[in-house]
Design a protein around this ligand. Structure first.
Ligand code: KG4
Ligand code: ZN
Length: 367
């Protein structure tokens, strides 16, 4: 246990400044400073506000995480940071901070993928991920099915949303219903009082000729808006709880149906669900029920680990160190559209196949 890698992870891809510290698969600290309230009156995340908030929160959040874990920066085996995907300006704050700490402490730097981190975080709760694992990643920016055969190097996208992400649909429907931002948690709460069968909302891309693993939530969002508008025009009250429950049922039905099909088709008997929408109580319950029926083992981290945090980045960083993966170069840059297939940003490779960055060595980093 003591010889497991000790890694600090920094997450700033959206509106949470997250700093986590992990030893192997053990969580030691998970400090999060959120600017979510600063965005609420705009009905969505404002990138400039998020970047400024990261800048202000960064050093105190790192200090808080180190204090909670009871360690010094010099004890670390590495520093991991979300290199992408995400908001460019927000990512840049985290990447710059990680580089500064890595440089000052003379520690290897790992620029990692935000989506792979959402998968790897489950190791902190349920132990090492079985390989292969099917991952259903559902957040404000993404809805993807990812076949994961090696969490540090091989994450294959099978399908993704062709329009809105699942979390985005929750946020937009919440706006239509006047429930505020972010929409997921409040729709989840309202839905508990409603009837999921009250309104038959459409299940996008579930026809026989539709792509099996892709998602579409834009039509559902429009259907909800139209239904609500029609009620308002007719001067009838909107049954908010029933709308929330029926919408939520349509989303979770499609997500779980396609995830289980992906497991079956690919002979994978472990499904993990990650990302902010994995905090949804109905999604968790329906996935559990359907997985049990299909003989699939379900892994869903606790809600606090599903939304953006630094612990997930530290978890992936620790796995990178444990598997002896190459660190990133100190010139690491943020990539707002980093593809999920790039689990980490490699060091600059040289013609001899040495992937340890030359510039990184010249700057005195790494071994
Ligand atoms: O992963 P995350 O924290 O940030 C992104 O990377 O996007 O996900 C945020 C999204 C938001 O759209 C939010 O409404 C949604 O996750 N969310 C939920 C719940 N909690 C958060 N959606 C449905 N039910 C929830 N309980
Ligand atoms: Zn996320």
């Amino acid at each position: 246990m003591a010889d497991e890698p000790l890694v600090l992870g920094i997450e700033t891809s959206c509106d949470e400044t997250g700093v986590g510290i992990v030893r192997g698969t053990t969580l030691l600290a998970d400090a999060v400073a959120s600017s979510v309230n600063d965005h609420a009156r705009f009905g969505g995340v404002v990138p400039e506000i998020a970047s400024r908030a990261h800048l202000e929160a960064m050093v105190p959040t790192i200090q808080r995480a180190l204090d909670t874990a009871g360690i010094k920066g010099s004890d670390l085996d590495g520093i991991a940071v979300t290199a992408g995907p995400g908001l460019a300006g927000a990512l840049l704050v985290g990447v710059s901070a990680a580089k500064a700490y890595a440089w000052a402490l003379d520690k290897p730097l790992y620029g990692v993928n935000h989506l792979a981190s959402h998968i790897c975080v489950d190791q902190l709760e349920h132990g090492r991920l079985p390989e292969p694992t099917m991952a259903l990643l559902v957040s404000g920016g993404h809805s993807s099915l990812l076949l994961t055969t090696d969490i540090t190097s091989d994450v294959r996208p099978l399908g993704a949303t062709i329009d809105d992400a699942a979390g985005e649909a929750f946020d937009k429907v919440a706006r239509v219903l006047g429930l505020g931002f972010p929409g997921g948690p409040v729709v989840d709460r309202m839905a508990r009082e409603g009837d999921p069968k009250a309104i038959a909302f459409p299940r996008g891309l579930t026809g026989p000729r539709d792509p099996e693993y892709d998602f579409s939530f834009s039509g559902l969002k429009t259907a909800v808006a139209r239904w609500v508008e029609a009620r308002r025009r007719a001067g009838e009250p909107v049954p908010v709880a029933d709308v929330a429950a029926s919408f939520q049922e349509a989303v979770t039905d499609v997500l779980t149906r396609k995830a289980i099909r992906a497991c079956r088709d690919n002979d994978v008997d472990h499904l993990m669900i990650g990302g902010g929408v994995a905090a949804n109580s109905r999604l968790r319950a329906m996935a559990q029920q359907r997985c049990e029926k299909a003989g699939i083992r379900l892994r869903v981290p606790r809600p606090g680990l599903c939304t953006d945090n630094g612990a997930m980045v530290a978890a992936l960083g620790a796995e990178m160190v444990r598997r002896d993966r190459s660190p990133s170069a100190i010139e690491l840059s943020a990539d707002s559209s980093l593809p999920v297939t790039e689990v980490s940003v490699p060091a600059v490779s040289d013609p001899h196949g040495d992937v340890h960055g030359q510039a990184y060595r010249e700057l005195g980093g790494g071994a």
